[in-house]
Design a protein around this ligand. Sequence first.
Ligand SMILES: [Zn+2]
Length: 76
Amino acid sequence: MMLKRGEVVKLVRVVAETRELEIGCDECFERLDSYAETELSGLDASAAMPLVGDHLEKCADCRSTLEALLRALRAT
Ligand SMILES: [Zn+2]
């Protein structure tokens, strides 16, 4: 689960280079791990992964999944 900082940056770049207008819950969920890791490493996750950030703004389900994930990661 825990990624090294360099791996996070690499993931973030890959995601940022993917040019899609919108993602759905499935894709959001797939990226939620790295989104949470980015946030916990002190970076602006919604700036690094705008598609996920955008989806999270619209989708309360994914937002509560992210919150649960952040709580779980902070507890470890
Ligand atoms: Zn969603």
